[in-house]
Design a protein around this ligand. Sequence first.
Ligand SMILES: O=C(CO)[C@@H](O)[C@H](O)COP(=O)(O)O
Length: 217
Amino acid sequence: MTKTIVAPSILSLDYANVSEQLKQLNESKAEWLHFDVMDGHFVPNLTFGPDLLKGFKKCTDMVMDVHIMVEDPVFFTDVFLKAGADILTFHYEACKDEKEVRMICEEIHACHAKAGVSVKPGTPISVLDPLLDVIDVVLIMSVEPGFGGQSFMEDMLEKVRYIKKQIVEQNRSTLIEIDGGINADTAKLAKAAGVDVLVAGSYVFRNDIKAAVESLL
Ligand SMILES: O=C(CO)[C@@H](O)[C@H](O)COP(=O)(O)O
């Protein structure tokens, strides 16, 4: 059986209680911290900038899994790599063409970070087939990006099964990450379909953090 990684999404963190929640995260089995960057254009919400990422990096050794939901991935890639992203995931839909996706992934690699590419629910996952050689993490959105607390779209599991098959056939080590509506029940479905990394926001932060993380593994 392959190992599952849990990546709590700080979108749902209680910002009146940050240090206590970070302490609990550091004591939990979560290995990645999912940092959602939204520009108010690509998605209808506005979130965090690079200074916050720098701050979090000082408080935890967790892998910084930065997901940029932005219209201009070229500009923001550079900004968040400099701020310390370990994994930088951008959206396929925000790129002009396949060539641009490849170029951004190569820029991320040149900064010794891992490259992730995400697809919204309406985008066919097969668009990533010819790009798997440069993608370290495929991030499948299982809700419309923008907000935490939405319901899991079960039909996204078909995308997981499809891309898993491609990864195996192409003999790649690309990880599959899923984001949106993850709880103990949907995590089981996602893992059975082939997901390696579970992003969970409201489920983790609305419950006992350590127990919630453990229930996803
Ligand atoms: O990127 C997003 C939403 O756009 C996610 O990372 C959410 O933060 C996940 O939240 P839950 O669905 O787990 O509450």
